[in-house]
Design a protein around this ligand. Structure first.
Ligand code: PMP
Ligand code: GLN
Length: 382
C-alpha cells in the first residue's frame, strides 16, 4: 500500500541513534541529555507514598490543582508573574509535548513559524505535522546570538509564531536584557504574533545570569506559551512531566487539543511534585550544582585539542574540533564512539539542512566519575 509520510525528511532522532551506538560500543555517554546521578530521594519516595495513599485514578484534565498552585507560587517568586493556576497552567507529559500542543493549537496550514537554528530537534517536525511553513534563521557562529534585524526582515503577514529557547539546547547560550529589548520592540509591531518559549532549562543557568523568562514581561507574556519540564529540574527525565503556562484565552484552546490527546498525566508524580515544590532549594541551587559540573568538565578537558565554546546554561557545552579532524561532525562523532568510547551529539543534527560548523555537543550532567572516565578516553584523541 502506498503511504505518504507526513514527515518525509525525518528518520530516527540523533539522540536515540547516538545512545544506541553508545550502548553497542560501551561508550561513556555524553550524548543524549540526561543525568546519570540519582534524582532526589524524597521526591521518589513521594510518588510511592502518593500511590499508597490512593492517588491512582485520573487527575483533572489540566493537572492536579495543588501542583498548579505551587507552580503559580514559583513563577510569582521567580518572575514576578501573577498566574491563575486554574485557567493558565496545564500539566503535560513533558516539555516536548507542551511545545507540540502549543504549536498544534495555533498553527493553521500555510502559517509561517520562525525557528532559530541550531534548534532542538522536535520544533520543525511539529510545525510540519501541522502543515505550517518553517522559516529558519541561523544563530551567528560561533557565539550563537540572534540577529534581530534578520528576524525583522523575516516576519511576514503569514508569520504566526516565533519559537524561542533559553537556556539554549545545544549551545548553552541564554537571552540577555538586550535581546529582550529587541524582542519586545519587534513584537510590538505585530499584534497577532505568538511566542512559543521553550524554558525547560530555566533553573539550569550559570555565572550569576538571571533567567529572562517571557513570564517577566506582561507584553510578552500575553502572547506566549511558556513550556517547562520537571524532568530537567528534578533529574527525572524518564518521568516525562512538564507544564505549559499561557494566558487564559490561549490556554483554553491549548486544553482543547490536550484533552483529546493525552487528557491528563500520571497522577502520583503530580501529587509528589506538589509537595516537593515546597522545597525551593531543590531548584534554586540547581544552577550552582551544574555550573560546578561544567567547570569540572572544562578543567578535565584542559590541554585537549577540543576548543570549548561558552555555555551559560542547560546541561550542554559545545566544542569545535578543527584542530583534530576535518571530518564532518557526524562522522567524527561516530568515530569517537567507536574508537575512543565517548558519545557526543553532532550539532549539524540541529539544523534542517545539516549545516556543519564542525562542532560537537557534550552533556556534562554526569557524575564526576563519568566525566573523568570520558576525559581518560578522550586523552588519546589528538
Ligand atoms: N526542549 C529542549 C530544548 C530540550 O532539550 C528538551 C529535553 N529533551 C525538551 C524540550 C523536552 O523535555 P521533556 O523531556 O520534558 O519533554
Ligand atoms: N533533550 C535531550 C537532548 O537534547 C534529549 C531528549 C530526547 O532524547 N528526545 O539530548
Amino acid at each position: 500500500m502506498a503511504f505518504e509520510s507526513k514527515l518525509q525528511r525525518v528518520g530516527t532522532t540523533i539522540f536515540s541513534t547516538m545512545s544506541a551506538l553508545a550502548v553497542e560500543h560501551q561508550a561513556v555517554n555524553l550524548g543524549q541529555g540526561f543525568p546519570d546521578f540519582p534524582m532526589p530521594e524524597a521526591l521518589r519516595e513521594g510518588v510511592s507514598k502518593a500511590m499508597r495513599d490512593g492517588f491512582n485514578q485520573y487527575a483533572p484534565m489540566p493537572g492536579y490543582l495543588p501542583l498548579r498552585e505551587k507552580i503559580a507560587e514559583k513563577v510569582q517568586a521567580l518572575y514576578g508573574a501573577s498566574i491563575d493556576p486554574s485557567t493558565a497552567i496545564t500539566i503535560t507529559p513533558g516539555g516536548t509535548y507542551a511545545i507540540y500542543t502549543a504549536l498544534t493549537t495555533i498553527v493553521h496550514p500555510g502559517d509561517e513559524v520562525i525557528v532559530f537554528e541550531p534548534a532542538y530537534d522536535s520544533y520543525i517536525p511539529n510545525i510540519e505535522l501541522n502543515r505550517g511553513v518553517v522559516v529558519t534563521i541561523s544563530l551567528s557562529h560561533p557565539d550563537y546570538r540572534i540577529d534581530w534585524e534578520e528576524l525583522k526582515r523575516k516576519i511576514t503577514p503569514r508569520t504566526r509564531a516565533i519559537v524561542l529557547n533559553s537556556p539554549h539546547n545545544p549551545t548553552g547560550q541564554v537571552l540577555t536584557d538586550l535581546d529582550i529589548v529587541a524582542l519586545r520592540s519587534i513584537v510590538s509591531e505585530h499584534p497577532d504574533l505568538y511566542l512559543i518559549s521553550d524554558e525547560v532549562y530555566e533553573n539550569l543557568i550559570f555565572d550569576g545570569m538571571p533567567h529572562l523568562s517571557m513570564l517577566r514581561y506582561p507584553d510578552l507574556r500575553e502572547r506566549s506559551f511558556v513550556c517547562f519540564s520537571f524532568g530537567k529540574v528534578y533529574h527525572c527525565t524518564g518521568w516525562k512531566l512538564g507544564y505549559c503556562i499561557a494566558p487564559e484565552g490561549l490556554m483554553k484552546e491549548f486544553r482543547k487539543v490536550h484533552q483529546f490527546n493525552v487528557f491528563t498525566c500520571f497522577a502520583p508524580a503530580q501529587v509528589a511534585l506538589a509537595e516537593y515544590l515546597e522545597n525551593k532549594e531543590g531548584y534554586l541551587l540547581l544552577g550552582t550544582f551544574l555550573q560546578r559540573k561544567r567547570d569540572l568538565f572544562l578543567s578535565l578537558m584542559q590541554g585537549s585539542r577540543f576548543e570549548f565554546l561558552p555555555s551559560h546554561g542547560s546541561y550542554f557545552i559545545c566544542a569545535k574540533y578543527h584542530k583534530i579532524s576535518e571530518e564532518s561532525d557526524t562522522d567524527f562523532a561516530i568515530r569517537l564512539i567507536k574508537e575512543a568510547g565517548v558519545a557526543t551529539i553532532p550539532v549539524s543534527a540541529f539544523y534542517r539542512t545539516g549545516e556543519d560548523h564542525k562542532v560537537l555537543r557534550f552533556c556534562f550532567a554526569k557524575k564526576e566519575e563519568t566525566l573523568r572516565a570520558a576525559r581518560e578516553r578522550l586523552s588519546g584523541v589528538r
